[in-house]
Each structure stands twice: as structure tokens, then as C-alpha cells.
Design a protein around this ligand. Structure first.
Ligand code: ES4
Ligand code: ZN
Length: 319
């Protein structure tokens, strides 16, 4: 599906395709515990979020240099552009790399090599969103924000990801207050595996402008009403939800009901190398399996720009 769209929920580390993983492993002298790309793909059968995260973090071992991060981002941007993505707000997980001994500067400078020229090379405008790992401590998140200060001209906002249950948004109150004071935009994963209360807390305690996933809002009608009234965007990821078993089947995904309820939904890919598709593939899947008509698909594409952090003039140009 090549409808012009913005991608708002995309973990750059989740775009690491098996072929590139092996190429980077060879380049960096890293041995992967898989014989080849087929054997690695065989491991892409997940029970839940944690079983995916285990592999996601394991494969990051191949990312070592600025050029590795640049190659990763360039490969993503080329694929995204081919599927109609005109603007991408890209998550990265600095702690997943600094805990392996990399400098945060290697990550940001490397990604920026690709992102900084992406409008020219791929016709895709970009923003970078730094995510804190919610299963790490609040102190570690604060130290990460401090370490990122020299690079804040390249970072638009902060997010919260990784294992959700047991790590409520309130744990990161202070770091989000600091991020806001530094002029950063705020988003957070909430209501993927965690309860609807985490969505409310992300809004009220962290001050997020957008909720990543937000799927479980449906369990709380008053919360749905609030999200509709306040026009809070939700960045849904249908193929991710199927692979991580947040929904039983794609045919049973609540996206149509969420649109009918008046929620400001967007469709995104999350970790496309692992979940079977990029942004356009997610659009194709909801069109083909959920029977969304042309008007609904256009609404989703329009929502993606409305919910983005593009300035108004840039938003118009991108469309
Ligand atoms: C993630 Cl699907 C998902 N959920 C939470 N954290 C993540 N990090 C990468 N993908
Ligand atoms: Zn995500």
C-alpha cells in the first residue's frame, strides 16, 4: 500500500533483517548462535512481548559502529519509502547499547548519518525519539537523559518501551519532568500488555501527547471516552499485536471498532523485521483482513500526519 503516510511507531533496532544481522556479524567478528538466516527466521515465533524482547536484545550484539547504525537506518528508510512512508518518527533504545559498552554518541551520530540526509536520499522526513527501557531503573533513565544532552538538537522526544507489566509509567515521573523541561516531546508505550490504568497514568503523570499501542483502553469505556474527547492519538501496530499475541487473530483486531468509537488511530509497524511487515504491509493487512474501505484507509493515513510531530507547514508539504 503506497498511500502517503507517516510512521509513528517504529523501533529502529526492530528493523534489523536477518540478512543485515549476518552481514554486520561478519563485519564485526560477532558469532550469532544461529547457523544462517533461515535458522534465525525460525526463531521468530513469539509467545508474548518478553519472548520477542529476548531475541531483539540478543541480536543487537551485531551493532557496534556508527556505520552499523547508519546502514540499519538507511535500509529501513529505503523500505519505508517504497511503501509510501513520507515521514518517520523513529524510536531508539540507547540503554540497550550503552549496557553493551557503546557510547550513546555512536548510536545517535550513526543514526543521524542516515536520518540527516533522508529527505534527499529517500524522500522521507524524520524525527528521532529516545526510549527508556522501563524494566531498567529510573536512575538509569535519568543518567541516559543526561548522557543525551549533547545530542538534543537531534532528538525530538522521549518514549518508554520494553517489558510493560510491573513497570508502571509513574516510575518515570521525574525523568519525564526533566525531559519536558528540556523541551522534549513525550510519548510512552501503554496498554500493550499492561492494564488501562497505565494509559491514564501515562497521560496524567508523564504528560504524554500520544500513546503507543493503547490497545487495552477498550477495557475502560470512560478512558475511551476521554481519549476521543482529548483527541489523543494511538499508534496501533496490528501485525505486532498478532505476533505477540495481544490479539488472537488479525481478523479479530479491534481497529474497526476503535475507529467507529472515534479514536484517533494510526497504523504502524513496531518491529517490522520481526513481525512480518513494514508500514504498507500493515495497511494491506488491515485492508484485506478487516475489510477497511478506502475512506477508512485515507482516515488512517491522514491521522498519521495529524498525530505526528511535524510542524504544520511541513505536514502539508509531506502530503
Ligand atoms: C517493543 Cl512491541 C514492543 N513493545 C515494547 N517495547 C518494545 N521494544 C521494541 N519493541
Ligand atoms: Zn513498540
Amino acid at each position: 500500500m503506497s498511500l502517503p503516510k507517516a510512521e509513528l511507531h517504529l523501533h529502529i533496532e526492530g528493523t534489523l533483517e536477518p540478512e543485515l544481522a549476518f552481514e554486520l556479524a561478519a563485519r564485526n567478528g560477532v558469532t550469532l548462535p544461529y547457523a544462517d538466516t533461515d535458522a534465525l527466521r525460525e526463531a521468530y515465533r513469539f509467545e508474548d512481548l518478553q519472548s520477542f524482547l529476548d531475541l531483539y536484545y540478543e541480536l543487537m550484539a551485531v551493532l557496534r559502529t556508527e556505520q552499523d547504525f547508519a546502514d540499519l537506518a538507511d535500509a529501513y528508510l529505503a523500505r519505508a519509502a517504497a511503501q509510501g512512508v513520507r515521514h518517520a518518527e523513529i524510536f531508539f533504545d540507547p540503554q540497550a547499547h550503552t549496557k553493551r559498552g557503546l557510547e550513546i554518541g555512536t548510536v545517535v551520530e550513526g543514526l543521524w548519518r542516515a536520518l540527516g540526509r533522508s529527505e534527499e536520499t529517500h524522500g522521507v522526513s524524520t524525527r528521532l525519539i529516545m526510549c527508556f527501557l522501563r524494566d531498567d531503573s529510573a536512575e538509569s533513565a535519568l543518567a541516559t537523559l543526561r548522557a543525551a544532552e549533547p545530542y538534543l538538537d537531534r532528538i525530538t522526544g522521549v518514549g518508554l518501551d520494553s517489558a510493560e507489566v510491573g513497570h508502571p509509567p509513574v516510575k518515570f515521573r521525574e525523568v519525564y519532568e526533566r525531559a519536558a523541561a528540556l523541551g522534549l516531546r513525550r510519548v510512552a508505550h501503554a496498554g500493550e500488555e499492561g492494564p488501562p490504568e497505565y494509559i491514564t497514568e501515562a497521560l496524567d503523570v508523564l504528560g504524554v501527547e500520544r500513546v503507543d499501542h493503547g490497545l487495552r483502553c477498550l477495557e475502560d469505556p470512560a478512558l475511551v471516552e476521554r481519549l476521543v474527547r482529548e483527541r489523543v492519538p494511538l499508534t496501533l501496530c496490528p501485525l505486532s499485536n498478532v505476533r505477540l499475541r495481544a490479539v488472537d487473530t488479525l481478523a479479530g483486531h479491534p481497529l474497526p471498532a476503535m475507529l467507529d468509537a472515534g479514536l484517533l488511530c494510526t497504523v504502524n509497524s513496531d518491529d517490522p523485521a520481526y513481525f512480518g511487515g513494514y508500514a504498507g504491509d500493515n495497511f494491506d493487512a488491515v485492508r484485506d483482513t478487516l475489510g477497511l474501505g478506502e475512506d477508512r484507509l485515507r482516515e488512517l493515513a491522514r491521522n498519521s500526519f495529524l498525530a505526528s510531530f511535524l510542524e504544520d507547514d511541513e505536514e502539508r508539504r509531506a502530503r
